[in-house]
Design a protein around this ligand. Structure first.
Ligand code: UDP
Length: 320
Protein backbone atom coordinates (compact mmCIF):
# COMPACT_ATOMS: atom_id res chain seq x y z
CA UNK A 1 0.00 0.00 0.00
CA UNK A 2 1.00 3.62 -0.39
CA UNK A 3 0.75 5.12 3.09
CA UNK A 4 1.06 8.56 4.60
CA UNK A 5 2.53 8.66 8.11
CA UNK A 6 1.85 11.95 9.87
CA UNK A 7 4.32 12.53 12.70
CA UNK A 8 6.65 9.95 11.18
CA UNK A 9 9.72 11.82 12.46
CA UNK A 10 8.62 11.26 16.06
CA UNK A 11 9.19 8.31 18.37
CA UNK A 12 6.30 5.93 17.66
CA UNK A 13 5.76 7.28 14.14
CA UNK A 14 9.35 6.64 13.07
CA UNK A 15 9.34 3.07 14.38
CA UNK A 16 6.06 2.40 12.58
CA UNK A 17 7.35 3.98 9.38
CA UNK A 18 10.44 1.75 9.54
CA UNK A 19 8.37 -1.41 10.08
CA UNK A 20 5.96 -0.45 7.27
CA UNK A 21 8.87 0.00 4.84
CA UNK A 22 10.32 -3.37 5.89
CA UNK A 23 6.92 -4.96 5.19
CA UNK A 24 7.03 -3.66 1.62
CA UNK A 25 4.78 -0.62 1.87
CA UNK A 26 5.55 2.68 0.19
CA UNK A 27 5.72 5.35 2.89
CA UNK A 28 5.65 9.15 2.84
CA UNK A 29 6.15 11.06 6.10
CA UNK A 30 4.43 14.37 6.78
CA UNK A 31 6.00 16.09 9.79
CA UNK A 32 6.59 19.74 10.68
CA UNK A 33 9.58 18.72 12.85
CA UNK A 34 8.20 20.73 15.80
CA UNK A 35 9.08 17.80 18.05
CA UNK A 36 10.33 15.21 15.55
CA UNK A 37 13.77 14.77 14.01
CA UNK A 38 14.51 14.62 10.27
CA UNK A 39 17.17 11.94 10.85
CA UNK A 40 14.52 9.70 12.45
CA UNK A 41 12.79 9.29 9.09
CA UNK A 42 13.74 5.86 7.74
CA UNK A 43 15.97 5.58 4.68
CA UNK A 44 14.12 5.60 1.40
CA UNK A 45 11.14 7.45 2.85
CA UNK A 46 10.21 10.88 1.50
CA UNK A 47 9.81 13.53 4.21
CA UNK A 48 7.39 16.34 3.51
CA UNK A 49 8.44 18.93 6.07
CA UNK A 50 5.18 20.73 6.69
CA UNK A 51 2.20 20.87 9.01
CA UNK A 52 -1.08 19.09 8.31
CA UNK A 53 -2.86 22.45 8.18
CA UNK A 54 -0.59 23.68 5.39
CA UNK A 55 0.04 20.63 3.28
CA UNK A 56 -2.45 17.81 3.80
CA UNK A 57 -4.64 18.54 0.76
CA UNK A 58 -1.73 18.78 -1.62
CA UNK A 59 -0.09 15.63 -0.26
CA UNK A 60 -3.22 13.45 -0.28
CA UNK A 61 -4.01 14.60 -3.82
CA UNK A 62 -1.14 12.27 -4.91
CA UNK A 63 -3.38 9.34 -3.97
CA UNK A 64 -2.83 7.18 -0.88
CA UNK A 65 -4.28 3.87 0.33
CA UNK A 66 -4.22 5.00 3.92
CA UNK A 67 -3.00 7.36 6.62
CA UNK A 68 -1.37 6.51 9.93
CA UNK A 69 -1.94 9.59 12.05
CA UNK A 70 0.64 10.14 14.80
CA UNK A 71 1.22 13.89 14.56
CA UNK A 72 -0.01 15.41 17.81
CA UNK A 73 0.81 17.39 20.89
CA UNK A 74 1.32 14.82 23.63
CA UNK A 75 2.43 16.33 26.94
CA UNK A 76 -0.18 15.97 29.68
CA UNK A 77 1.20 18.78 31.86
CA UNK A 78 1.45 21.21 28.96
CA UNK A 79 -2.12 20.39 27.95
CA UNK A 80 -3.31 21.55 31.38
CA UNK A 81 -1.45 24.85 31.12
CA UNK A 82 -2.14 25.57 27.46
CA UNK A 83 -5.31 23.68 26.41
CA UNK A 84 -5.77 25.79 23.26
CA UNK A 85 -2.56 24.33 21.86
CA UNK A 86 -4.13 20.86 22.24
CA UNK A 87 -7.64 21.62 20.99
CA UNK A 88 -6.17 23.45 18.01
CA UNK A 89 -3.14 21.24 17.40
CA UNK A 90 -4.87 17.90 17.95
CA UNK A 91 -8.60 18.29 17.28
CA UNK A 92 -8.76 21.03 14.64
CA UNK A 93 -5.79 19.56 12.78
CA UNK A 94 -7.28 16.07 12.83
CA UNK A 95 -10.57 17.39 11.43
CA UNK A 96 -8.58 18.97 8.60
CA UNK A 97 -7.01 15.57 7.98
CA UNK A 98 -10.39 13.79 7.99
CA UNK A 99 -11.85 16.32 5.57
CA UNK A 100 -8.87 16.07 3.25
CA UNK A 101 -9.08 12.25 3.32
CA UNK A 102 -12.74 12.51 2.41
CA UNK A 103 -12.06 15.01 -0.37
CA UNK A 104 -9.34 12.83 -1.91
CA UNK A 105 -11.01 9.46 -1.28
CA UNK A 106 -8.30 8.11 1.05
CA UNK A 107 -9.93 4.92 2.32
CA UNK A 108 -8.09 3.90 5.54
CA UNK A 109 -7.02 5.56 8.79
CA UNK A 110 -5.09 4.21 11.77
CA UNK A 111 -5.14 6.72 14.61
CA UNK A 112 -2.76 7.01 17.52
CA UNK A 113 -5.11 7.27 20.51
CA UNK A 114 -4.23 6.83 24.16
CA UNK A 115 -5.06 5.22 27.49
CA UNK A 116 -5.53 8.82 28.72
CA UNK A 117 -9.00 8.72 27.09
CA UNK A 118 -10.14 6.53 30.01
CA UNK A 119 -8.92 8.65 32.92
CA UNK A 120 -9.05 7.14 36.41
CA UNK A 121 -10.15 3.51 35.94
CA UNK A 122 -12.91 1.84 37.92
CA UNK A 123 -11.48 -1.56 37.07
CA UNK A 124 -8.15 -2.93 35.90
CA UNK A 125 -7.25 -4.32 33.45
CA UNK A 126 -8.95 -1.64 31.35
CA UNK A 127 -11.11 -2.88 28.48
CA UNK A 128 -12.37 -0.82 25.53
CA UNK A 129 -15.83 -0.84 27.12
CA UNK A 130 -14.58 1.10 30.17
CA UNK A 131 -16.03 4.60 30.67
CA UNK A 132 -14.05 7.35 28.96
CA UNK A 133 -13.54 10.18 31.43
CA UNK A 134 -10.23 11.82 30.62
CA UNK A 135 -8.66 13.84 33.45
CA UNK A 136 -6.62 16.21 31.26
CA UNK A 137 -7.05 18.11 27.96
CA UNK A 138 -4.57 15.81 26.21
CA UNK A 139 -6.81 12.77 26.83
CA UNK A 140 -9.94 14.83 26.10
CA UNK A 141 -8.64 15.95 22.70
CA UNK A 142 -7.70 12.39 21.70
CA UNK A 143 -11.17 11.21 22.77
CA UNK A 144 -12.80 14.01 20.77
CA UNK A 145 -10.88 12.87 17.69
CA UNK A 146 -11.96 9.28 18.30
CA UNK A 147 -15.58 10.46 18.32
CA UNK A 148 -15.07 12.42 15.11
CA UNK A 149 -13.55 9.36 13.44
CA UNK A 150 -16.53 7.22 14.50
CA UNK A 151 -18.96 9.60 12.83
CA UNK A 152 -16.85 10.04 9.67
CA UNK A 153 -16.54 6.26 9.34
CA UNK A 154 -20.31 5.80 9.64
CA UNK A 155 -21.26 8.69 7.36
CA UNK A 156 -18.53 8.54 4.73
CA UNK A 157 -17.38 4.91 4.67
CA UNK A 158 -13.93 5.47 6.15
CA UNK A 159 -12.18 2.29 7.35
CA UNK A 160 -10.73 3.36 10.68
CA UNK A 161 -8.93 1.92 13.67
CA UNK A 162 -7.91 3.77 16.83
CA UNK A 163 -5.16 2.24 18.92
CA UNK A 164 -5.09 3.29 22.56
CA UNK A 165 -1.56 2.95 23.82
CA UNK A 166 -0.55 2.47 27.40
CA UNK A 167 3.12 3.25 28.35
CA UNK A 168 5.20 2.98 25.20
CA UNK A 169 8.85 2.15 25.82
CA UNK A 170 11.94 0.58 24.26
CA UNK A 171 13.47 1.41 20.88
CA UNK A 172 14.06 -0.12 17.49
CA UNK A 173 17.71 0.25 16.57
CA UNK A 174 18.31 3.89 15.69
CA UNK A 175 14.63 4.75 16.20
CA UNK A 176 13.86 5.71 19.78
CA UNK A 177 12.59 8.26 22.24
CA UNK A 178 14.22 11.74 22.05
CA UNK A 179 12.05 14.41 23.56
CA UNK A 180 13.20 17.98 24.18
CA UNK A 181 11.39 17.91 27.50
CA UNK A 182 11.48 14.43 28.97
CA UNK A 183 8.65 13.47 31.32
CA UNK A 184 8.51 9.70 30.93
CA UNK A 185 9.89 7.38 33.53
CA UNK A 186 12.22 5.06 31.59
CA UNK A 187 14.07 7.79 29.61
CA UNK A 188 14.40 9.87 32.78
CA UNK A 189 15.91 6.96 34.70
CA UNK A 190 18.27 6.24 31.81
CA UNK A 191 19.35 9.88 31.83
CA UNK A 192 20.64 9.26 35.35
CA UNK A 193 22.49 6.14 34.18
CA UNK A 194 24.08 8.09 31.33
CA UNK A 195 25.17 10.98 33.58
CA UNK A 196 22.77 13.59 32.21
CA UNK A 197 20.75 13.78 35.42
CA UNK A 198 21.80 13.31 39.05
CA UNK A 199 18.90 11.38 40.56
CA UNK A 200 15.40 10.18 39.85
CA UNK A 201 12.35 11.17 41.82
CA UNK A 202 9.77 8.53 42.65
CA UNK A 203 6.37 10.22 42.69
CA UNK A 204 4.94 8.66 45.82
CA UNK A 205 5.60 5.37 47.62
CA UNK A 206 2.34 5.23 49.55
CA UNK A 207 0.05 4.11 46.72
CA UNK A 208 -2.21 1.09 47.25
CA UNK A 209 0.10 -1.25 45.29
CA UNK A 210 2.42 -4.11 46.34
CA UNK A 211 5.50 -1.92 46.80
CA UNK A 212 3.68 1.42 47.22
CA UNK A 213 4.73 2.88 43.84
CA UNK A 214 2.50 3.35 40.77
CA UNK A 215 2.00 0.48 38.37
CA UNK A 216 1.95 0.99 34.60
CA UNK A 217 1.72 -1.23 31.53
CA UNK A 218 4.93 -0.79 29.50
CA UNK A 219 4.58 -1.90 25.89
CA UNK A 220 7.54 -2.28 23.56
CA UNK A 221 7.37 0.16 20.66
CA UNK A 222 8.02 -2.64 18.14
CA UNK A 223 5.04 -4.63 19.43
CA UNK A 224 3.05 -1.43 19.10
CA UNK A 225 4.22 -0.90 15.53
CA UNK A 226 3.24 -4.46 14.64
CA UNK A 227 -0.27 -3.77 15.94
CA UNK A 228 -0.48 -0.84 13.49
CA UNK A 229 0.32 -3.13 10.57
CA UNK A 230 -2.38 -5.52 11.68
CA UNK A 231 -4.86 -2.68 12.21
CA UNK A 232 -4.23 -1.51 8.68
CA UNK A 233 -4.91 -4.98 7.31
CA UNK A 234 -8.11 -5.38 9.35
CA UNK A 235 -9.59 -1.91 8.79
CA UNK A 236 -13.10 -2.33 7.38
CA UNK A 237 -15.06 0.17 5.30
CA UNK A 238 -17.61 2.12 7.34
CA UNK A 239 -16.30 0.85 10.69
CA UNK A 240 -14.30 2.51 13.41
CA UNK A 241 -12.69 -0.05 15.66
CA UNK A 242 -10.93 0.78 18.93
CA UNK A 243 -8.25 -1.40 20.54
CA UNK A 244 -6.24 -1.06 23.73
CA UNK A 245 -2.58 -1.96 23.42
CA UNK A 246 -0.53 -2.89 26.43
CA UNK A 247 1.53 -5.87 27.33
CA UNK A 248 -0.96 -6.85 30.02
CA UNK A 249 1.69 -6.91 32.74
CA UNK A 250 1.98 -4.07 35.19
CA UNK A 251 5.37 -2.94 36.48
CA UNK A 252 5.86 -0.59 39.41
CA UNK A 253 8.10 2.48 39.38
CA UNK A 254 10.45 0.63 41.74
CA UNK A 255 10.58 -2.39 39.43
CA UNK A 256 11.40 -0.10 36.49
CA UNK A 257 14.24 1.56 38.39
CA UNK A 258 15.58 -1.85 39.49
CA UNK A 259 15.47 -3.12 35.90
CA UNK A 260 17.39 -0.01 34.77
CA UNK A 261 19.99 -0.62 37.50
CA UNK A 262 20.38 -4.23 36.37
CA UNK A 263 20.69 -3.35 32.67
CA UNK A 264 22.99 -0.33 33.03
CA UNK A 265 25.06 -1.39 36.06
CA UNK A 266 24.56 2.13 37.42
CA UNK A 267 23.33 2.60 41.04
CA UNK A 268 20.70 5.19 39.90
CA UNK A 269 20.05 7.14 43.11
CA UNK A 270 16.33 7.61 43.73
CA UNK A 271 14.40 9.83 46.16
CA UNK A 272 10.79 9.58 47.15
CA UNK A 273 8.93 12.75 46.14
CA UNK A 274 5.26 13.79 46.55
CA UNK A 275 2.66 12.16 44.32
CA UNK A 276 2.24 13.76 40.89
CA UNK A 277 -1.17 15.37 40.34
CA UNK A 278 -3.50 13.29 38.21
CA UNK A 279 -1.60 10.00 38.49
CA UNK A 280 -3.82 6.93 39.01
CA UNK A 281 -2.26 4.13 41.14
CA UNK A 282 -2.56 1.39 38.51
CA UNK A 283 -3.05 1.54 34.74
CA UNK A 284 -2.96 -1.82 33.00
CA UNK A 285 -4.59 -2.65 29.66
CA UNK A 286 -6.71 -5.55 28.68
CA UNK A 287 -5.57 -6.23 25.13
CA UNK A 288 -7.89 -9.21 24.70
CA UNK A 289 -9.79 -7.53 21.88
CA UNK A 290 -6.62 -6.83 19.88
CA UNK A 291 -5.47 -10.40 20.47
CA UNK A 292 -8.77 -11.91 19.36
CA UNK A 293 -9.68 -9.62 16.47
CA UNK A 294 -6.26 -8.57 15.13
CA UNK A 295 -4.38 -11.76 16.05
CA UNK A 296 -1.87 -9.50 17.80
CA UNK A 297 0.31 -10.69 20.64
CA UNK A 298 3.05 -8.66 22.31
CA UNK A 299 6.34 -10.53 21.93
CA UNK A 300 8.67 -8.27 23.91
CA UNK A 301 7.06 -8.36 27.34
CA UNK A 302 10.18 -8.70 29.50
CA UNK A 303 10.88 -5.44 31.34
CA UNK A 304 14.67 -5.84 31.29
CA UNK A 305 14.52 -6.45 27.52
CA UNK A 306 12.45 -3.30 26.98
CA UNK A 307 14.89 -1.28 29.09
CA UNK A 308 17.91 -2.81 27.29
CA UNK A 309 16.63 -1.64 23.90
CA UNK A 310 15.99 1.86 25.27
CA UNK A 311 19.47 1.87 26.86
CA UNK A 312 21.18 0.78 23.63
CA UNK A 313 19.40 3.64 21.88
CA UNK A 314 20.38 6.14 24.61
CA UNK A 315 24.03 5.14 24.29
CA UNK A 316 23.94 5.30 20.51
CA UNK A 317 22.68 8.88 20.78
CA UNK A 318 25.50 9.83 23.10
CA UNK A 319 28.00 8.41 20.66
CA UNK A 320 26.30 10.27 17.80
N1 UDP B 1 7.27 8.72 37.45
C1 UDP B 1 8.13 8.91 38.53
N2 UDP B 1 9.21 9.74 38.35
C2 UDP B 1 9.46 10.40 37.18
C3 UDP B 1 8.57 10.19 36.08
C4 UDP B 1 7.50 9.34 36.25
O1 UDP B 1 7.93 8.33 39.61
O2 UDP B 1 10.43 11.17 37.11
C5 UDP B 1 6.12 7.81 37.60
C6 UDP B 1 4.77 8.45 37.33
O3 UDP B 1 4.23 9.00 38.51
C7 UDP B 1 3.94 7.24 36.84
C8 UDP B 1 4.99 6.36 36.16
O4 UDP B 1 6.27 6.80 36.64
O5 UDP B 1 3.41 6.54 37.94
C9 UDP B 1 4.97 6.47 34.65
O6 UDP B 1 4.98 7.85 34.31
P1 UDP B 1 5.16 8.36 32.83
O7 UDP B 1 5.16 9.86 32.87
O8 UDP B 1 6.32 7.67 32.20
O9 UDP B 1 3.87 7.84 32.08
P2 UDP B 1 2.29 8.03 32.39
O10 UDP B 1 1.85 6.75 33.03
O11 UDP B 1 2.13 9.23 33.26
O12 UDP B 1 1.72 8.21 31.03
Amino acid sequence: MKLLVTGGAGYVGSVCAARLVESGHEVVVLDDLSTGHADAVPDGVRLVEAGIDDAIGEVLAEGFDGVLHFAAKSLVGESMQDPAKYWQGNVVTSLRLLDAMRAHGTPRLVFSSTAATYGEPEQVPIAETAPTRPTNPYGATKLAIDHAITSYAAAHGLAAVSLRYFNVAGAYGRFGERHGVETHLIPIVLQVASGRRERVQVYGDDWPTDDGTCVRDYIHVVDLADAHLRALAHATTGEHRVYNLGNGLGFSVKQVIDACREVTGHPIPADVAPRRAGDPAVLVASSEKARTELGWKPERVDLAGIVRDAWDFTRSQQGA
